[in-house]
Ligand binder design. Structure first.
Ligand SMILES: [Zn+2]
Length: 290
């Protein structure tokens, strides 16, 4: 079994979206009107080459984001708080072809961590795959309310008929809900709420290492280690970050969030999460934990 990392272009968001800020103003206002942009970061999607068939996790973004009128500029988030840089050759489809994989034929399953556009923008490449989406996430992302929440349901392929999943209360290490994707249980979906209420992550076990395909549980490993939730998620984020750290304490884990520029280094050098011992004198950490 092998994991491929595919960079489907880059995105730029506000610093206030990457790390939650203190204070009373609503988080979304801080994201929209925050003055400081973060650096451009990669948008990753993942390919698991498993004996049962090829599994893709998230589909990255589409180059159509560069076309006038593709993104809803009436929406404040798209007007003020995000920018994309995706070329046609950056899309997941052509990159899979480069790897010798025909996206329309050879991919068995696509698992979506959540339906934000930088994860769902490449869905159109996978017409014949089974597409697994968490049932309530699909509901929340659909229709006009989905659009108000920042999803782009009107851009999903017309043929999209996902397999809607609800994770059973089946514990897998620190995660209370999980589902095996493959018979050997080496590809597991776990529940990681926070960034969105029904966010999923995928854990792949290869050669005694656990590759934690984290979606947007945090934007960087650093924020996981410091237990800093992102600026737009729910208050479930902190518990999820703690669950991931606890998982990493019992399993050598390579943490792979969708936008962390350090992912290539971590994969090449098999750098696992090393959990910082909780220092009672670390005031900032204690504030976060409080
Ligand atoms: Zn997201």
């Amino acid at each position: 079994m092998k994991i491929h990392r595919i960079e489907t272009g880059r995105v730029r968001i506000k610093k206030n979206q990457i790390s939650k800020q203190k204070g009373f103003a609503p988080q979304m206002l801080k994201v929209l009107f925050g003055k400081e942009w973060a650096e451009w970061v990669p948008i990753y999607a993942w390919v698991i080459d498993h004996p049962e068939g090829i599994i893709v996790v998230d589909t990255g973004e589409t180059s159509k984001t560069g076309q006038q009128g593709y993104l809803p500029n009436w929406h404040p988030y798209y007007a003020f708080a995000v920018a994309f840089d995706v070329k046609p050759e950056n899309e997941i489809g052509p990159q899979l072809v480069q790897l010798g994989i025909d996206p329309s034929k050879d991919v068995k399953k696509v698992i979506m961590t959540h339906m934000h556009t930088d994860h769902a923008g490449g869905l159109h490449h996978f017409r014949n795959a089974e597409i697994l989406i968490e049932e309530n996430e699909f509901k929340e992302a659909s229709g006009f309310t989905g659009m108000l929440a920042g999803y782009l349901p009107h851009r999903w392929p017309k043929w999209l008929k996902p397999t809607l999943i609800t994770l059973p209360n089946d514990p897998y290490f620190s995660f209370s809900k999980s589902m095996a994707v493959t018979a050997d249980r080496k590809v597991m979906i776990v529940s990681t709420p926070g960034h969105v209420t029904n966010h999923l992550s995928v854990i792949v076990e290869v050669d005694d290492l656990h590759y934690f395909i984290a979606g947007d549980t945090s934007y960087t490993e650093q924020n996981l280690l410091k237990l800093i939730p992102d600026g737009i998620g729910t208050d479930q984020s902190l518990k999820t970050l703690k669950n991931i750290l606890s998982f990493s304490e019992s399993n050598p884990t390579i943490y792979l969030p969708s936008h962390d520029p350090q992912n290539p280094d971590r994969m090449a050098n098999r750098k696992t999460v090393s959990v910082i011992k909780k220092d009672p004198k670390d005031k900032k950490l204690q504030e976060v934990l409080a």
